[in-house]
Design a protein around this ligand. Structure first.
Ligand SMILES: [Zn+2]
Ligand SMILES: [Zn+2]
Length: 325
């Protein structure tokens, strides 16, 4: 059976978040004590982490602090929850956490675990894990997000880490919030999108230099090696630009009272997306240019189709009066 989550009051969690932030970029650790047999903890005891910094490196309580921790189990106020932070901003129970917290026979101590995701700007999320006898593993029993949208924002622009992976993660969170609808501060989301836009210019200068070098006209010299094109970096940057555009679309759609998205597509210059709801087909030459009209707003659209080796691509352009021959 999975134990119920030992209740961690908000103020105690706030204290742990503060500890995690103060310790950053190192990880913090400590434990929470409460009355034996009770359902909650009411005091946090911060410890020094004997391990170094890292995204989710195993933490370690050692020496006198470990003795004091072990002694609580024979006291009326035992340790009920052990906490530590992950400096990659994510709260999860890592493989290393499992290795430290449990042996093949079960949990090393009769405690639950609280993992706090933290970045330079502060805690982003937290999750609590309890031993499950059925799963023979620690399972998540509670989760918190600290002002979810701000988290996504700070995560997106945290420190110098604007790696495509980190940005993609931030986009994922923002998309989630945008889709959740209603519960987000749109102004804040727009501000975040702007900051992301700045961060998305991610192709590093040396990659661009490599690209320019690759594109430079040169004389063919038999046997001479051509410089490699930094394809991966450029593709990564392009995919982030698409993510950013999609995010802006979602935000604009949420803000717009219009029954169709025609105006948004025009404003954002999006040509790869068919207007929704689907416009009514008018006429056209049936080959490369088809004309449509939106029943909601009356906007006229032309679908331009183009073929290449990959397939048929279509572009939706707002129609300018076209002279038919
Ligand atoms: Zn961990
Ligand atoms: Zn429309």
């Amino acid at each position: 059976m999975t134990a119920r989550a030992v209740r961690i009051p908000d103020d105690l969690r706030a204290a742990i978040y503060a500890h995690a932030r103060a310790a950053f970029p190192a990880e913090c650790c400590g434990y929470l004590v409460g009355a034996a047999g009770g359902d909650a903890v009411d005091e946090a005891i911060a410890c020094a982490n004997a391990h170094g910094a890292g995204d989710d490196r195993a933490f370690a309580i050692e020496g006198a602090e470990l003795l004091a921790f072990a002694r609580t189990f024979r006291s009326p106020r035992p340790a009920r929850v052990v906490y530590h932070s992950h400096t990659n901003g994510r709260a999860y129970f890592s493989e290393r956490d499992r290795a430290v917290a449990a042996t093949p026979d079960g949990p090393a101590y009769d405690v639950q675990h609280l993992v706090v995701g933290v970045i330079a700007a502060g805690a982003t999320e937290a999750a609590q894990f309890a031993w499950s006898a059925e799963a023979r593993d620690f399972v998540e029993v509670a989760r918190w997000s600290t002002r979810a949208v701000s988290d996504a924002a700070t995560l997106a622009i945290a420190g110098d880490d604007t790696s495509p992976e980190r940005l993609r993660d931030a986009f994922g969170r923002l998309h989630e919030h945008a889709r959740a609808g209603g519960t987000v501060e749109l102004d804040e989301l727009h501000a975040i999108a702007d900051r992301l836009a700045a961060a998305v210019a991610v192709v590093p200068e040396h990659e661009l230099a490599a690209h320019r070098e690759w594109a430079r006209p040169r004389k063919y010299v038999p046997g001479a090696r051509q410089p490699g094109k930094p394809v991966a970096a450029i593709l990564a940057a392009n995919s982030l630009e698409i993510e950013l555009r999609d995010l802006r679309y979602e935000l604009a759609r949420m803000c717009s009272p219009a029954p169709c998205d025609c105006a948004i597509l025009v404003e954002l210059g999006i040509v790869t997306r068919r207007p929704t709801p689907a416009p009514r087909w008018l006429d056209g030459d049936g080959m490369y240019w088809d004309d449509f009209e939106c029943d909601a707003c009356g906007a006229r659209w032309t679908e331009h189709k183009d073929c290449d080796d990959v397939g048929v691509h279509s572009q939706w352009q707002p129609t300018k009066p076209r002279v038919l021959g």
